[in-house]
Design a protein around this ligand. Structure first.
Ligand code: DP6
Length: 394
């Protein structure tokens, strides 16, 4: 039996992907750009075993057996195996050919709650494709395959700042992710995830964007004219480490994505009242300082992702804590990178207003940009035991 274990990161788009021009190949109607989050805080771990004793391909997700016949899962398995057959080199040929005839057992876990509405499918499919590639010794372009699992997954194949170029071809060969800058490019950049609701989202991204493509004229305008311009500006602001411009573009793009959701018929609502309060808190905070010190972004759910620079973290977290006082779990409110208690000046407090919303934010995860997927060399981290089944602890 051969077992390989790898980990892959979550990414958050600052120029959003919303809408496909080809549903099967997952080809988008616009390019997008994301920041890869650090795996110390958020990651998927996947172990894949191949053995001649296995009678069928099987998968376990977060401790429960899943449906291996799922079409996107099958696309990833088929494409990687196809590449492995094509790229076999003579030295590795024997082992790879042998393993290619074996069935696989796949076991995958997230170190964060799936229900928190964080982009678990992106990390999940990136990890699946990366681990399969290591198992079969496939080198090279993996984002094209990860994309066929979930669009946003192609961006989790790289660390740092990553663009997904929409491409023009009908076969999707040029619809790929590319690293714009590495994770060490902007050392002061910090990301705070404000978990607002652990409920499962009502409308999934896949079906939501389908309805938007069919019904929203704003989405068409966005894809054709707004995003191409914004991609250029965003790349420039990242290269220059210009937070003023990065933050404004991030907020405007999140807002336009949610506007296209409202322009969809029937409309889709992902933001709730807490999300709206966070938006207004951010704007009041920035207004008080007369510059963009923090920026928000929201995906297909109510949780806020806040981008800021290191010197602002302590004060802004203190402000969130004050505006959304933790109801019970005061000591588990902050997870991830250390945050020091901040001081709030009376001027700032009067500028942001005094209405409080107890329990509105459940907890905060503080993180930073991080690297792409990697292979684990520590066998104790394998999720599958010597019998090829998930270990008890999984
Ligand atoms: C709002 O990648 O989850 O997070 O391709 O159908 O699997 P599928 O959709 P998915 O959509 C992500 C949408 C988004 C924006 C983004 O990540 O760019």
């Amino acid at each position: 039996m051969k077992v390989v274990t790898c980990t892959a990161p979550v990414n958050i788009a600052v120029i959003k992907y919303w809408g496909k021009r080809n549903e099967d190949l997952i080809l988008p109607i616009n390019s997008s750009l994301s920041v890869t989050l650090h795996q110390d805080q958020l990651k998927t771990t996947t172990s894949i075993a191949a053995s001649r004793d296995f009678t069928e391909d099987r998968i376990w997700l977060n401790g429960k057996e899943g449906d291996i016949s799922h079409s996107r899962l099958q696309s990833c398995l088929r494409e990687i195996r196809r590449l492995a057959r094509k790229r076999r080199n003579s030295a590795a040929e024997d082992t790879v050919s042998r393993i290619l005839n074996y069935k696989v057992h796949i076991c995958s876990v997230n170190n964060f709650p799936t229900a928190a509405g964080l982009a678990s499918s992106a990390a999940g499919y990136a990890c699946l494709v990366y681990t399969l590639a290591k198992l079969y010794g496939v080198e090279g372009e993996l984002s094209e395959i990860a994309r066929q699992g979930s669009g946003s997954a192609c961006r989790s194949i790289y660390g740092g700042f990553v663009q997904w170029v929409m491409g023009e071809r009908e076969d999707g060969k040029d619809s790929l992710a590319q690293q714009v800058e590495t994770e060490s490019h902007w050392p002061e950049l910090r990301i705070l995830i404000l978990v607002v609701s652990a409920e499962k989202k009502h409308v999934g991204s896949t079906s939501g964007m389908q309805t938007s493509v069919e019904t929203s004229p704003l989405l068409k305008l966005r894809a054709e004219t707004v995003v191409p311009e914004r991609m250029k500006d965003m790349i420039e602001s990242i290269k220059k480490r210009d937070f003023e411009s990065f933050g404004q573009l991030t907020m405007k793009d999140s807002n336009q994505f949610h506007a296209t959701c409202l322009d969809t018929y029937p409309p889709i609502f992902y933001l709730n009242q807490i999300s709206q309060r966070i938006i207004s808190l951010v704007h009041r905070y920035n207004d008080h300082y007369g510059q963009t010190k923090v920026a928000y972004s929201f995906d297909a759910g109510p949780n806020a992702v806040i981008f800021t620079l290191e010197p602002t973290v302590d004060e802004f977290v203190e402000l969130v804590k004050r505006s959304f006082p933790p109801e019970s779990n005061g000591d588990t409110f902050l997870k991830g990178l250390p945050v020091k208690p901040g001081l709030l000046s009376p001027d700032l407090l009067s500028a942001v207003g005094s209405d409080l919303c107890p329990g509105g934010v459940q907890y905060i995860i503080a993180t930073q940009p991080g690297p792409g997927p990697s292979k684990s060399e520590d066998v104790s981290l394998d999720l599958l035991g010597s019998d090829g089944l998930p270990k008890q602890s999984v």
